[in-house]
Design a protein around this ligand. Sequence first.
Ligand code: 6LW
Length: 503
Amino acid sequence: MPLHDRTARAANPVIPGFHPDPSVCRVGDDYYLACSSFEYFPGVPLFHSRDLMHWTQIGNALDRPDQLRLPAGMPSSGGIYAPNLRHHDGRFWLIVTNVSEDGGNLIVTATDPAGPWSDPVRVTGVTGIDPDLAWDEDGTCWCTFAGVAQVRIDPYTGQTYGTPHKLWSGTPGAKAPEAPHLYRIGDYWYLLIAEGGTERGHGVSIARGRTPSGPFEPCPANPVLTHRSTDHPVQNTGHADLVQAADGSWWTILLGVRPRGGTPGWHVLGRETFLAPVTWEDGWPVVGDVALEPAAPPWPLVPGPVEERRDDFDLSELRPTWISVRDRPAEHCTTKERPGWLTLRARGASLDEPDVVFTGRRQQHLSCRARTLVDPSEGRGGLAVRLDERHHYVIEASGTEVRVVARVGSLRTVVAARPVPAGTVVLGVTVGDPPLPHGACTGPDIVSLGLQEPDGTFTVLAALDGRYLSSEVAGGFTGRVIGMYAAAGIVHFDWFDYEPLDG
Ligand code: 6LW
């Protein structure tokens, strides 16, 4: 089975796994999209699509250490929030917030979205998250940010002019007006925002005015999108961006989650990127259903290349889908020390620490299997399902023992241990449906951790309830990442397999 479903089929989420706060733009027949990345390096994953349905990661905007500084000891869900991606005047512009760095907002540019991206320009005078750039007909650039406020900006230098002025507070009584995007469409300037908070109350509202700075008149049908108080399988819908397709039709991309397993429902893949159609009535957008099996758009579907199930670590650079906690210095993570292997050198004694040496990939399927061949002869490390430093399950090898450790909130316990012969060992994780009948309060899934026996069979050492690695339990803005780590000494990994088990 291919790593991603590359059949010509329309399906939501269009980018599964922890890919929140999507921002999209079109250049000719090509679409580009950016997402948040929080405590992970490299930052701001970038995707390309020809059909809005199938997206291929082409890089990360912040992939050099001097572009992305995430301070030592920084906890999960700090770092990079909510990029805004636009194409203007022959280049791509990306403005984003690093909440863990003084100065906060920064701008990078590129002529090719696959990179290289420029060094960041620091923005002065913007005090909020979720910045957005929009250009007036005369070339004036406006930076609009959470609150919702706006200031004129020189995007080349990051300098702003004047004091930010409030544009709109959103629907009276709704909390957290944020994620603004400003567009010139027809005779109006439209101000699209998220409100209600990024959890179950999330929604999208819009206002319009005759100038980019308002005054803005709210849409009488606000919120134009929300799933609050419904049993829709996609919840928390919000943080949307609009894009006009090459044929003139309109679409929105947005974040949503897929809670499962009873009440209140637990979502484990973080906030994912969804697509929905948009029509216009009386000059206001009407958002269609955020369907898990949407109708195909009225143009040929273009599935991207199939990603290999196995990474053999034969390349000198890691694929763009690999992410590391906080940073990835070559002395701690390299494929050059032992060719064909990934070598991790520990810094921090466990995944409980925000500075752990961990390199993984987003869990993108509700059911999946990961395996890795580990050489622990010089250290201790293994395979982890990580939500954050307080919520993770690991299977690790050291010398002649393999053990499973669960960290849930302030509790940390060794769940299982088994002696093994010295040498390499294949460790594995399988995430699958809970065994109880559907509809019962089963939790979202079961995370089984184990090892491969010399005869090739697989032994599960522990099968753990997946709800403790969900955002409803852990909080925060991320989702599960499955990967390799070193907790002591040096640990080598020959290959890593990730295989979807659901459609
Ligand atoms: C982001 C805010 C939000 O900055 O969550 O869902 C915050 N929306 O707009 C972090 O992703």
